[in-house]
Design a protein around this ligand. Structure first.
Ligand code: GLN
Length: 441
């Protein structure tokens, strides 16, 4: 209880979820019984974990940290979460985040800004900030975040833990509240590569309820220990030479590169798209998708309905009163991008650049096995600062969004004093990412 109260100071938790407490206690009692009966228990049985508050868990509140869904109770359970429950893991908390995943700081939430695990004056990062802080503070052994454009990797980096965005489709999205469906990924955060591997294996697999999901082979423990197949590593020159990069982030990254060379790996500097291009392509598509996905939230079937004179007014008032400023900015932007007269020029152009980005990655992975990058150009800002300038906040996503558009597997590992190292491999090669992380240890 003391630990839970301490954590409330970081705002990592959402609604004090007594329903969840009851579920957790019941599950824990079953594990206790098994142990008392001398039965052997599975690897995850009794292990406490956290869930970003955008996943359905039947009977619990799923608020997306938004006023609109403040009182919404999940009617079913997400596939990825169900697989963890089936393995005996115990969900103990729904975690605070930027509402609907919109943000990079976990300040865009009705539950108060999430505070960084090491310095409470700083943001935890986002949007899966609560998930990262709970792991960093040992309240959960692992947490399940959601990563659309960096939301697992960036808070993992800001809180010095591990966070994986698997290949798009490796884990079913069924029951993850959709933000941008073409890049949304279910992603674990934990304190070790081994924990990431175990949880990834359990959640992976084809699901009839998500047509973009695919079947994948289990990644076994021994295969990660052998990194012989990794000969060449690349990094993007323009990321490291950019004026926007913090000196410490750059120094730590270059120190890692030296360490890799000393281990006999060839390192290549690669060309890549400018930050502005990556960020504007990602936000064009993500806003279009979120405007479309969130159109269902009008107070008719879900959420906090605010009655007005007529139906149209009811929709308008419900949405304008309940969505945050940031979410409204994205809905307005997204609808503009999709509207007649603009969609060819903006949306279709965004799709075309996305194809070029993917093409670029295909060429890169003919030359290198792994691509490395810092997770962010700078260290975590003070609470309040990123709210002042949305464009600056979007630009802070420059190093993560390209890999999302490419649907690649990419993992944050702690790195020196700065904000984490991002390890990326070709699509569906999640195993190689974990191998390389282990090799660097
Ligand atoms: N910061 C990015 C955005 O706001 C990524 C968020 C996410 O991955 N959910 O879109």
């Amino acid at each position: 209880i003391q630990q839970k109260l301490d954590l409330l100071k970081n705002n990592a938790h959402n609604t004090v979820n007594s329903l969840l407490d009851t579920l957790a206690l019941n599950l824990a009692a079953k594990v206790d019984d098994k142990i008392a009966n001398g039965e052997t228990i599975g690897l995850l049985e009794g292990i406490p974990f956290g869930i970003k508050d955008v996943y359905m868990l039947q009977g619990s509140y799923t608020t997306a940290s938004s006023n609109l869904l403040k009182n919404y109770k999940s009617a079913y359970t997400a596939t990825a979460i169900q697989k963890l429950l089936d393995a005996g893991a115990i969900p103990i908390v729904k975690e605070n985040c930027d509402s609907f995943g919109h943000g990079s700081s976990s300040e865009n939430t009705i539950f108060g800004a999430v505070k960084n695990a090491t310095d409470t004056n700083l943001v935890a990062g986002g949007s899966s900030g609560g998930s990262a802080v709970n792991v960093a503070k040992d309240f959960t052994v692992f947490s399940i975040g959601g990563d659309t454009g960096g939301s697992v990797r960036q808070p993992a980096g800001y809180n010095n833990i591990y966070g994986l965005k698997p290949s798009y489709g490796r884990i079913s999205r069924y029951g993850l509240m959709a933000y941008a469906s073409s890049t949304d990924c279910v992603g674990p955060l934990a304190k070790s590569i081994e924990d990431i591997r175990i949880v990834l294996n359990i959640m992976s697999g084809k699901d009839a309820k998500d047509q973009t999901s695919y079947a994948s082979a289990e990644i076994n423990e021994d295969s990660i220990l052998n990194s012989d197949s990794i000969k060449t590593v690349g990094y993007f020159k323009n990321f490291i030479e950019s004026d926007a990069i913090d000196v410490q982030v750059k120094a730590d990254f270059l120190a890692t590169i030296e360490k890799i060379k000393a281990k006999g790996i060839t390192v290549k500097a690669l060309d890549f798209f400018e930050s502005e291009t990556l960020v504007s392509t990602y936000y064009t598509l993500a806003m279009a998708e979120t405007a479309s996905n969130l159109s269902r939230l009008d107070g008719t079937n879900y959420g906090n309905r605010i009655e007005a004179e007529n139906l149209k007014e009811t929709y308008a008032v419900t949405r304008s009163e309940n969505f945050s400023e940031e979410t409204k900015r994205r809905i307005v932007g997204g609808n503009q991008v999709l509207s007649q007269g603009f969609s060819d020029e903006i949306y279709l152009k965004g799709l075309a650049i996305r194809n070029q980005i993917s093409e670029n990655f295909n060429n890169d992975f003919n030359e290198v096995d792994i691509i490395l990058s810092p997770v962010t150009p700078s260290t975590p800002p003070k609470i309040g600062d990123s709210l002042k300038d949305p464009h600056a906040m979007y630009l802070s996503d420059a190093y993560t969004v390209g890999f999302s558009l490419g649907q690649l597997p990419t993992l944050t590992i702690p790195q020196g004093t700065a904000t984490g190292l991002q390890i990326t491999a070709a699509k569906k090669n999640d195993e190689l990412v974990l191998k390389f992380a282990n090799f660097l240890k």
